[in-house]
Design a protein around this ligand. Structure first.
Ligand SMILES: [Fe+2]
Ligand SMILES: [Fe+2]
Length: 252
């Protein structure tokens, strides 16, 4: 499948493209450090979100512990400045199989999709870090932008709606990331451009994985809920935003 075929469903799904003003700002060489630092942390957050869903809804206690162990070296790096790209290289794979909780329908399906997704996000984390190290861009634990918080804070607070809402938010974040990688690929240097295009393939599938799970789990048609989050997402992307980050709004 070529890139335009991968992107077509993403463009159809999202209500608006990334504003030109954001792409113009992202092109400025002085923004590259913040873009990569934020991207690195987004990859970790994507893995953490998927892991939280797995631990809360799909795996038993032993599986939950194995998942925490898997993430630890990456969190040690991000929050405690321990390790580097070389030390994380062998931590991308989960060392054991996870069993689904017998009382949870779809638990094996959730595990299958989410374990693969986490492995890919951790591999992306490692790849971003390698690029930063090669370019002498230091790692900084920078604050998160408003985007993901804005979506998550609109999630219902009761079960099972909260899970469905979080899966829809996951799909939106993945889809927007994909759309931004494609937009950035046109305006950055060849090495970065190839890297962003390589990420398109996995992020495009992640978006669909989240939506499929949301539809499986929900007892009702989730179309109105998806529309609600799509409008909110488009507003976060199109409204003025002081803080320039990977998913930020219109630069001011
Ligand atoms: Fe990723
Ligand atoms: Fe992803």
């Amino acid at each position: 499948m070529n890139y335009s075929e991968l992107l077509a469903p993403i463009h159809q799904f999202l209500l608006c493209p990334t504003p030109q003003a954001w792409i113009k700002k992202a092109q400025q060489p002085e923004q590259l450090a913040v873009l990569l630092q934020d991207h690195l942390l987004c990859e970790l957050k994507a893995a953490q979100t998927a892991m939280l869903l797995l631990r809360k809804y799909a795996v038993d206690k032993a599986g939950s512990m194995a998942l925490l162990e898997w993430l630890k070296p990456f969190e040690d790096f991000a929050y405690r400045f321990i390790g580097d790209a070389a030390s994380l290289r062998n931590s991308v794979k989960l060392s054991r199989d996870l069993a689904g909780r017998p009382d949870v329908p779809y638990s094996d399906d959730i595990i299958g999709k989410m374990v693969l997704l986490i492995r890919e996000e951790l591999h992306h984390f490692y790849q971003v870090l390698e690029i930063m190290q090669a370019r002498d861009i230091p790692y900084r634990n920078i604050s998160a932008g408003r985007y993901a918080k804005g979506l998550i804070s609109a999630c219902k607070t009761h079960e099972p709606q909260i899970l469905v809402d979080k899966l829809i938010c996951g799909a939106l974040i993945e889809a927007r990331s994909c759309e931004r990688f494609a937009a950035l690929a046109d305006v950055v240097d060849t090495e970065l451009s190839q890297f962003y295009l390589s990420l398109l393939r996995s992020e495009a599938r992640h978006f669909d994985d989240y939506l499929t799970l949301a539809r499986q789990i929900s007892k009702t048609d989730i179309t109105p809920r998806i529309q609600h989050f799509l409008r909110l997402e488009a507003d976060l992307i199109q409204s003025p935003d002081q803080d320039f980050k990977f998913h930020s709004g219109l630069p001011v």
